[in-house]
Design a protein around this ligand. Structure first.
Ligand SMILES: Cc1cc2nc3c(=O)[nH]c(=O)nc-3n(C[C@H](O)[C@H](O)[C@H](O)COP(=O)(O)OP(=O)(O)OC[C@H]3O[C@@H](n4cnc5c(N)ncnc54)[C@H](O)[C@@H]3O)c2cc1C
Length: 486
């Protein structure tokens, strides 16, 4: 009997899993393994909200494997040492995994592959988490794309190359003797203190739930996605980001399901489905950018912006993190994030713009907070999102585009339902003032029973002054002539 280790990472599923499929197709008995080694991802080790998700996702995967006669072996510690130990105790001759593209993962995986091969094992990595391998997508000049639209245009011409997703194996052979394993609980991923009730209400991690979510979204919401995706008051987006990050579902499965839904849909619905697939394109773009420019996790892609005079003010950062800035749309978003581990994309842009532009705080403060508190925290998407909003990254929003939270609320939260939900202390204010309570006339405040400063904080800054300061700083660095960083 030949034995192969399949090392699960950000691919916690059994369907469309090329590494598992390769091991099964070769006739091996599979030993599925997950290794908890957060220090190997430093300085971007997994955050608290993601650990919450991971605990449940691993539990779901272990159950799915058990139903197929297999087992998920859980280990902690150095990946290389654990894989060596499992290979020695089972007599495994092969190791398979699906590739990841974060800088620390690439460095670790390269070293692990070389070391295991030197031990005499056969080691194969597979393409399971992207539509296209990052090194295969190049501009006409042979360089990585730095702008989304031409990138996605190029990808669209190659969609027929994307392999169809493959089904999960029905049954898996068990080895004569399983290697030792830890209980998932011993990884201490789940919180000791129960801060997670908002998470429990909203999310069910695991492959089955991801598939249900995709199906429900394509059936009910995708047709309206183009018109409604910017509305934080509506459940109009897929909320598949955490499932995609942990690989409970693959982008190929999403593409195939979306194509099949589009073939049955009306023209208007097809436009919604296409807009959704384009967002999967943004995920792809983020991964490709991080692969080509790994330094962007800490440094701006556009090197001129390294010279920006970023501030670092603890009181401001604290108010922003706790949703106490005195700017209702921003506070609503930051509280949604804290309670649910997720924030609507439109609001992510607004809170990030306020922090980096109006408040002048370094985008890395925001990126680190998001990384710790989002259930979908993803190094590629988060880095791209923060640099895009701060105006210093790939395909960046022009630096002079500074979101005005009150106008954004008028446009995208037309009934102010989102603000009322998350900032209930000012809920009694009428629609005309709830998103800018400090401009409200005294008689309106009195009639609503809202006492500012007692019930709700004064804004941490005057938006106009912050905006002018940001524009002056950006103008100054923009004049600098520096070659873009590589
Ligand atoms: C400052 C900032 C930080 C962000 N941090 C993250 C992050 O850590 N992880 C993350 O997955 N997304 C991040 N995003 C992108 C986006 O906000 C989320 O992907 C989206 O809100 C997730 O909700 P959804 O699954 O309902 O998305 P949908 O609208 O249903 O989109 C479908 C999928 O497309 C992908 N996607 C959509 N928009 C983007 C985007 N702009 N960039 C990359 N992929 C995208 C996601 O995988 C998403 O699940 C960030 C955006 C900003 C502005």
């Amino acid at each position: 009997m030949s034995i192969a280790i399949v090392w699960f990472r950000h691919d916690l599923r059994l369907t469309d899993h090329p590494a598992l499929e390769a091991a099964v197709a070769a006739g091996h008995t599979v030993v599925p393994v997950y290794i908890d080694a957060p220090e190997e991802d430093a300085p971007w080790s997994i955050g608290a909200a993601s650990r919450w998700w991971l605990h449940r996702s691993l539990t779901a995967l272990a159950d799915d494997l058990a139903r197929r006669g297999s087992r998920l072996i859980i280990r902690r510690g150095s990946t290389l040492e654990q894989l060596r130990d499992i290979a020695a105790s089972t007599g495994a001759t092969e190791v398979h995994w699906n590739r990841q593209y974060e800088p620390a993962s690439l460095a670790r995986d390269t070293a692990v592959k070389a070391a295991l091969r030197a031990d005499g094992l056969t080691v194969d990595s597979h393409c399971g988490n992207v539509l296209f391998e990052p090194w295969t997508v190049k501009s006409g000049a042979g360089t990585p794309f730095r702008v989304f639209t031409p990138f996605w245009k190029h990808c669209l011409t190659r969609l027929s190359e994307v392999p169809r997703p493959t089904p999960a194996p029905q049954q898996l052979k068990a080895p004569p003797q399983w290697p030792t394993t830890l209980e998932i609980a011993t990884l201490k991923l789940a919180p000791n203190i129960p801060w997670d009730s908002g998470f429990v209400d909203l999310w069910t991690p695991g492959e089955a739930s991801a598939l249900d979510r995709l199906e429900a979204f394509l059936d009910q919401d995708a047709g309206d996605y183009r018109e409604q995706r910017d509305r934080p008051d509506l459940p109009a987006t897929s909320r598949l980001a955490p499932a995609l990050h942990f690989g409970e579902i693959s982008p190929r499965q999403i593409l195939a399901a979306a194509q099949s839904a589009a073939s049955r849909a009306s023209v208007t619905e097809t436009a919604g489905i296409d807009a959704f697939v384009r967002e999967i394109g943004w995920r792809e773009f983020a991964i490709h950018i991080l692969f080509a420019f790994p330094h962007t996790t800490e440094l701006p892609l556009d090197a001129r912006f390294t010279a920006l005079p970023w501030a670092s003010d603890d009181a401001i950062l604290d108010a922003w993190r706790r949703g106490r800035t005195g700017i209702p749309l921003v506070d609503a978003g930051m509280r949604e994030l804290w309670h649910t581990g997720w924030m609507h994309n439109r609001v992510r842009m607004v809170v990030a713009s306020l922090l980096t532009k109006n408040l002048g705080q370094h985008w890395l403060h925001g990126a680190r907070w998001f990384y710790d508190t989002l259930v979908d925290a993803d190094l590629a998407a988060n880095t791209l999102g923060w640099q895009w909003t701060a105006g210093c990254g790939a395909d960046a929003a022009p630096y002079y585009r500074i979101f005005n939270p009150a106008l954004q609320a008028e446009r995208f939260d037309p009934d102010r339902a989102y603000i009322r939900r998350w900032v209930p202390e000012i809920a009694a204010l009428p629609n005309a003032w709830i998103h800018k309570p400090y401009d409200a006339p005294a008689n309106v405040l009195a009639a609503s029973g809202v006492v500012l400063e007692r019930d709700y904080p004064r804004p941490v800054l005057d938006l106009t002054t912050g905006r002018d300061r940001a524009l002056a700083a950006y103008d100054a660095v923009k004049a600098a002539r520096v070659e873009p960083a590589r």
